[in-house]
Design a protein around this ligand. Structure first.
Ligand SMILES: Cc1ncc(COP(=O)(O)O)c(C=O)c1O
Length: 390
């Protein structure tokens, strides 16, 4: 089955949808049983998409979880109220006091905050590593290393990691690998083929695609699914049927949306790369991007999210750039149908284990589904305001 067909088919078996096209929205806390035998059956199979209790999900959740496993891979998919909860759920499921966690230095900033504000005080030691390290990660492994966390590409600075090399080393030491795979969505790479144990999606982004729902997923391979499922359940993570329904709905148009995000973003990224104000464009599909060879090897396409670095400018010039945009709204998220802009004045301040080679400010863009001509006209105005403010 080709990808766009699979996106339409996944999780829409008769057992979930009946004669309808879509699964029903089944909201439930309580699930009731008529007999002891039914109760026993549900208890025995509660981890296998059998109704048991609301927190374990209903047909709405089961259909979406099945779809995610079909598309992204894995033996099971745990659901969380947002992407950040998927990150904390996955890490808390596999780490204990005294453990060592290797965390990529280019990681989404709130993931770093989780390590420092929650995990470190619990006695879990996070060590950050250079996103370009690859198999060199072997030198950082200690007897207490239990998890290696990857995010590829880094969602701010776009370094593409050598995920297969890191996973190979991790397997030799029986270390769990967790990948924040949000940039790729479930369809631009094959995390389990690369050797990843757990793949996380902030479904809030491209899966939902309309900037109106928060949701997280973590798919796990056969070996790690039982522990991820049970620990996440015990920690109390769950998601509402309404939100999960919106995510299921989002999957159906994911392929065509991503195609358009990709086309629009590549056009605008190329235009930016030619501008004299721009030091560099960080886009995984560009030849100079760190990890471009890995991107070509491991990914089947790109999306709407990339960054560029301005040659110069402080807070005033950056404010002139980002304030007064017509179509780009300023905000931290991405993956919706609309364009977004978000500035970072000092990237180096966000990392501790790798050198950021540029002095100028970084601007991250999420290119939406608007006409790229309008977006470039908006950016042209931004460059004019910025030049005047330098
Ligand atoms: C790469 C990445 N991972 C995780 C998250 C967290 O997702 P959520 O906002 O749904 O908690 C985000 C959100 O921006 C993200 O960009």
């Amino acid at each position: 089955m080709k990808k766009n067909t699979h996106l339409i088919q996944a999780g829409r078996g008769k057992k979930w949808v009946g004669q309808a096209v879509n699964p029903p929205v089944v909201r439930a806390s309580t699930i009731t049983f008529d007999t002891m035998a039914e109760l026993a059956h549900a208890s025995q199979h509660k981890g296998e998409r059998v109704p048991f209790y609301g927190r374990r999900g209903t047909a709405t959740h089961f259909a979406f979880q099945e779809a995610m496993c079909e598309l992204e891979g894995g033996a099971g998919c745990a659901l969380y109220p947002c992407g950040a909860a998927a990150v904390s759920g996955a890490l808390l499921s596999f780490l204990q006091q005294g453990d060592h966690l290797l965390m990529v230095d280019s990681v989404y900033e709130p993931t770093r905050a989780l390590c420092e504000k929650i995990l470190r005080p619990m006695g879990i030691d996070t060590e950050y590593y250079d996103p370009m390290l690859g198999a060199g990660i072997a030198d950082l492994i200690r007897p207490s290393t239990k998890v290696i966390f990857l995010e590829s590409p880094g969602s701010l600075t776009m370094e593409v990691q050598d995920v297969p090399a890191i996973c190979r080393i991790a397997k030799q030491h029986d270390i769990v690998t967790v990948l924040d795979n949000t940039w790729a969505s479930p369809i631009l790479c094959r995390p389990f083929d690369m050797g990843v144990d757990i793949s996380i999606q902030a479904a809030t982004k491209y899966i939902v695609g309309h900037s109106d729902v928060m949701l997280g997923t973590a798919c796990a391979n056969e070996k790690h699914w039982p522990q991820l499922r049970e620990h996440s359940y015990v920690l109390g993570y769950c998601a509402s049927a309404d939100d999960v329904y919106q995510a299921s709905r989002g999957l159906r148009t994911l392929g065509i949306r991503l195609q358009q995000h990709q086309n629009n973003a590549l056009q605008i990224a190329r235009w930016l790369a030619d501008r004299q104000e721009v030091e560099t464009v960080r886009h995984p599909a560009f030849a100079g991007n760190p990890g471009h060879a890995e991107f070509q090897r491991d990914f089947s396409g790109s999306n709407g999210l990339f960054s560029f670095v301005l040659k110069q400018g402080g807070a005033k010039a950056v404010a002139a750039f980002v304030e007064g945009m017509q179509y780009f709204k300023m905000g931290f998220s991405w993956g919706g149908y609309e364009s977004l802009i978000s500035p970072t004045l000092n990237v180096q301040k966000l990392r501790t284990a790798s050198h950021w080679p540029y002095q100028g400010p970084l601007i991250r863009l999420h290119i939406g589904l608007e006409d790229p001509d309008d977006l470039m006209a908006d950016l042209e105005q931004a460059f004019q305001r910025y030049q005047a403010a330098l």
